[in-house]
Design a protein around this ligand. Sequence first.
Ligand code: FBP
Length: 550
Amino acid sequence: MSADISALQRVRLAYRPKLPKALRTNNIRIELGAPTKPLSDEEEIRRRFPETCGQPVATIVEGNSDLNTETLNVGVVLSGGQAPGGHNVIAGLFDALKAANPNSRLFGFLKGPAGVIKGKCKEITAELIDQYRNTGGFDMIMSGRDKIEKPEDLAACKQNFESMNLDGLVIIGGDDSNTNAAVLAEYLRKEKSKTVIIGVPKTIDGDMKNEQIEASFGFDTACKTYSELVGNICRDAMSAVKYWHFVRLMGRAASHVTLECALQTHPNVCLISEEIQAKGTTLAEIVDYIVDVILKRAAAGKNYGVVIVPEGLPEFISDIKRMIDELSTILGRDEQYIRDLPDQSERFQYVTTRLTADSAKVYGSLPQDIQEVLLHRDSHGNVPLSQVETERLLIDLVSDKIRFLKSQGKTEAKFSSLSHFFGYEGRCAMPSNFDADYCYSLGYAATQLVRAGLTGYTVNIRNLTRPADEWVAGGTPVTMMLNMEVRKGKAVPVIKKALVDLQGKPFQYFSANRERWALGDEYVFPGPVQYFGPPEVADAPTITLQLERS
Ligand code: FBP
């Protein structure tokens, strides 16, 4: 790491994250609730997780401590995409371990789950962690997207844990990585290993949430960072009065990030994939809707505006979704073969002859670069949506339509467009106070679950819209969040992704206001993340969380 640090980073290194009241004392115990059930597909999930399915919900409460105070060796790994606050989870883990027993040790596995399989790690010392407190990024131990899944990988992990005398491993990851944590926990239990596995809910996408897990960490900072940028663009649009800005926002399948940014900035158009899917809206209808807003604004003398779209959009447009699902099945069978074909035209030929006629037509209508991206899946079977330039596709289709309408003498709208993608800009931002506190608390609580010998749990902190003092920490059995889904053509157990709830308050608020935002210039400018100042500026959680919990 560079020896030069910014003035802000210097000050942030000294920031003391807030903890829930119960975690501020060493006199704590775990209270266990009633046995739990998987979300659905109970029989199949019980069959696959006989050792860990049905475990009770855990809550950390004050008093009568019976937690392990012996010396513990604990590992930590960062899995998947970066999210602001990862270093604070590790800081919380470290501080809690040392508070319980100063001889306990924490080891960071390097470059994600691959480091766990290969047994590559470094010890997290006080000197090391002190350089990373309250910083963004995952660079202290780095991340990766490998999956611990094959029998030989599971066996390698067990062996590494034995040789390190590891009492617990904390996997910081999203829905797929927490699912993976459950698989590893189940395997280790069956093998009578002493190592317990605890997951931490991470992802800027905001899609790992449920009754127990109110938010994934990183969503807060990422959305605030993107909202600052979208707000700045809104102001530029109304200053220059000559551009339509099309902004795609990261967030994978779910539209939580885009919805939060809309709530924070009030753009003229915001597409929510879940609504598009529910209504069965086609690509042509989406284009018609955007063109309609552009023409109405042009008629009012406003040849400018801002459109925001979620990166997951293509997977929610009915005909494109069908085509992607068919492609996934083909890739599940022949991925390597397709990869090895020498050029794009052969891949195109191979795929289109195996798709149904309708899907082949949809695939053929997409630009070549998008066709190529759609032939890839990550280790969890996800389409690499961050590389699909939906904003450009929409600009092309909207331009064509406006050109056509002009040729018919139906409009005189001027349409000049610019495209943006905000994704990687927000994933390593310096964590907001909310994420700094939340992540530190998650790490602190994860240590307590390890001390209690629990395995196959995702740590949770509830009551997040209240001051940190009133937050409640605990653990959710991962099997409670599982359902069966088809990935790469095979049914597998996975944590159900939380998509935008169209009956939920955040969407309802957006839906009630979007018409006004479309035609008026009702933009809001959130400005940059603030670390100092009144709590309503520096500590407030996202609007989504506030509305959901109100
Ligand atoms: P996680 O689900 O692992 O948290 O990743 C989130 C994300 O930022 C998505 O929003 C995005 O689609 C993806 O990662 C990009 O992946 P990559 O980092 O491999 O380019």
